[in-house]
Design a protein. Structure first.
Length: 181
């Protein structure tokens, strides 16, 4: 029988991956008690221009080298294998199908969270996994509920004791302050 694993999903263009990404992933892994963090380099990030973006295979190689020494860090090629625009909802559905027993925590920066209403089928993400929103330098704690897309705010309630937002499905949105680098 498969062990129940808590897995963080950390997607991005990683153009290039840097210490800020690695430190964030390490802090989230430690604080949230994750068994592993899956780094998911995008094929074509839909919210970034192609301008100075390195080819997907080069960004993948950089991520593999960067996470090599950490036994809890893994790399997923799911978005690069799929090709085309890398939509988080498609990635989450694929990973859920591949690892049905896993408990996923989708890791994103506050900047990405504040733009979530522009994502493909963003409201379908909430029932699939917990979300962990990390601070971005300079640190400014923003009320998560105010950052939620207006269309979904009624689906959440704030839990003061844990400082989280809870979706009607029981999934949570957690804010975590990360060391500024």
């Amino acid at each position: 029988m498969l062990n129940h694993m808590r897995i963080g999903i950390f997607g991005g263009s990683f153009n290039p991956i840097h210490f800020g990404h690695l430190r964030s992933a390490e802090e989230v892994c430690e604080t949230q008690g994750l068994d592993q963090v899956l780094f998911v380099p995008s094929a074509t990030p839909p919210h970034k221009g192609r301008g100075l973006l390195a080819e997907p295979e080069h960004r993948l190689a950089m991520v593999r080298l960067a996470v090599k020494g950490n036994p809890r860090f893994r790399v997923s090629t799911v978005e690069i294998e799929r090709g085309g625009p890398s939509y988080s909802i498609d990635t989450l559905r694929t990973l859920r199908a591949r690892m049905p027993a896993a408990d996923f925590l989708f890791i994103m920066g506050l900047d990405a969270f504040s733009e979530m209403a522009t994502w493909k089928e963003y409201e379908s993400i909430f029932p699939l996994c917990d979300l962990l929103v990390t601070s971005r330098p300079p640190f400014d704690e923003v009320p998560l509920r105010a950052s939620l897309p207006v269309a979904v705010r009624a689906q959440f309630c704030y839990r003061m004791a844990s400082r989280t937002l809870e979706h009607r499905t029981g999934r949570r949105i957690i804010f975590q302050r990360i060391t500024d680098l």
